[in-house]
Design a protein around this ligand. Structure first.
Ligand code: AMP
Ligand code: GLY
Length: 427
């Protein structure tokens, strides 16, 4: 069943696939949408279970997901993470006539293969780092020589954020390159990074608000790369024309090129950008909402989410009015478990969640959590919580987020203390 009011069509029963903080943020927004009367998530986590009915599922198994969607009579399935998309889960759902927000396996290659993404960008004239795709050691050496230090070496395939090495050390660059079957070696891009998401039905492209994430584990961008330790939005330092420019030079041409190739991209197109002295360049594309940027972008979205995702899934995005945004700022701080991004310790009890949620305009999104046998909430992954707050400006949002963080206790955990600090000071 779907709701229809004038031109507006919205799904009533929604199933979200995934179980991280991004899916918790999606579920939270969908649960606040008056059109949504039933919200399901699979596999979910302990926090998602508070806003949605959770179901066990192997998210990589398209048939299992489709059967779950059928048994729930879902009007819309939203696929959160990249692995099921690359595995073709959205294709199985589409073949069975279920509206699905998320690209086909072929279109998700934009994230699944860096070489494919480079080829699409070259065809569509999208600005990105110059690069070589290398297989042999001779090709690797020639490419490293051509660009010089710092070296940027990227495993061609999906590597959960661990496939990229940026280093001044040629021996380390070479070692990483030779450990990969196929690598992309590219020019180093300097300048701040921006994540800009767009919702698309394969033709119409609706950009969201930009955000910035913090990829390194430690303050001052030290330490190893992670999946993301925090994020904020908006970006007070960015050119107000940035979104329009990226829509025109990156997002629309990429979507048009994939449609022209007969593999339209429908879902969430994530552009990871570097704002260099020579202009905006694409660092990478992802085929899904980014984590933790989604937590701050959705915190600011005023338009009810379900109908937008449904219209994208069904090819009707042109009918969607412009998205509405709050003037508030949003900050999210990730609490990670002991040893993350190395093999994380799990099963530690989390305390103080209720106290954290009492902080004004703050809430705790769960990333890797579960219930133990006694029903306590325990850590179950590397990134455990994504503590999110909004405020009149970044300073207020970050004060609230950190106040909430200070009320949470998780043995051995760590978090960055400088999320949005520089941007708040410059605003
Ligand atoms: P990716 O997995 O493609 O997001 O890359 C991970 C991180 O490596 C990015 O967020 C950047 O910080 C860095 N990186 C990737 N490509 C480049 C590049 N061409 N120049 C500089 N840094 C890069
Ligand atoms: N925030 C980085 C990512 O989602 O890939």
């Amino acid at each position: 069943m779907i709701h229809k009011t004038g031109n507006r069509v919205a799904p009533v029963k929604v199933l979200v696939i995934g179980g991280g903080a991004r899916e918790h943020a999606l579920c939270r927004s969908l649960s606040l949408d008056p059109d949504v009367t039933a919200l399901h998530c699979a596999p979910g986590n302990a926090g998602i279970a508070e806003v949605a009915e959770v179901h066990p599922v192997d998210a990589l198994d398209g048939s299992a997901v489709a059967e779950l969607a059928a048994s729930l009579r879902a009007d819309l399935v939203v696929v959160g993470p990249e692995a099921p998309l690359v595995a073709g889960v959205a294709d199985v759902l589409r073949e069975r006539g279920v509206p699905v927000f998320g690209p086909s396996a072929e279109a998700a290659l934009l994230e699944g293969s860096k070489a494919f993404a480079k080829d699409v960008m070259a065809s569509a004239n999208v600005p990105t780092a110059r690069s070589y795709v290398c297989v042999t050691p001779e090709e690797v050496d020639a490419a490293l020589d051509a660009f010089g230090a710092p070296y940027v070496v990227k495993d061609d395939g999906l590597a959960a954020g661990k496939g990229v090495v940026v280093t001044p050390d040629i021996a380390a660059a070479r070692e990483h390159a030779l450990a990969c079957e196929r690598v992309v070696i590219e020019e180093f891009l300097d300048g701040p990074e921006v994540s800009l998401f767009a919702i698309t039905d394969g033709e119409t492209v609706l950009p969201l608000q930009p955000a910035q994430d913090f990829k390194r584990a430690l303050d001052a961008d030290e330490g190893p790369n992670t999946g993301g330790m925090g994020a904020y939005s908006p970006l007070p330092w960015a050119d107000p024309k940035l979104v329009d420019e990226v829509l025109e030079t990156v997002l629309q041409p990429t979507v048009d090129e994939l449609r022209r190739r007969g593999t339209p991209f429908s879902g969430l197109l994530y552009a990871g950008l570097a704002i260099t002295s020579r202009g905006v360049r694409v660092i990478e594309f992802n085929a899904r909402f980014g984590d933790p940027e989604t937590q701050v972008v959705l915190a600011r979205l005023r338009t009810p989410l379900a109908s937008v995702l449904f219209n994208a899934a069904t090819g009707n995005l042109a009918a969607e009015p412009p998205l509405r945004w709050s003037d508030d700022a949003a900050v999210t701080v990730v609490i990670a478990s002991h040893n993350y991004p190395g093999t994380p310790r799990t099963g530690d009890v989390i305390e103080g969640l209720a106290g954290a949620a009492e902080v004004e305009q703050a809430y705790v999104l769960h990333a890797g959590t579960a219930h133990d046998a006694q029903g306590r909430v325990v850590s179950a992954g590397g990134r455990v919580l994504s503590v999110t707050a909004t405020g009149a400006g970044l300073e207020q949002a970050r004060t609230r987020a950190y106040e909430a963080v200070s009320r949470i206790r998780l043995d051995g955990s760590h978090h960055r203390t400088d999320i949005a600090a520089k941007a708040a000071a410059s605003a």
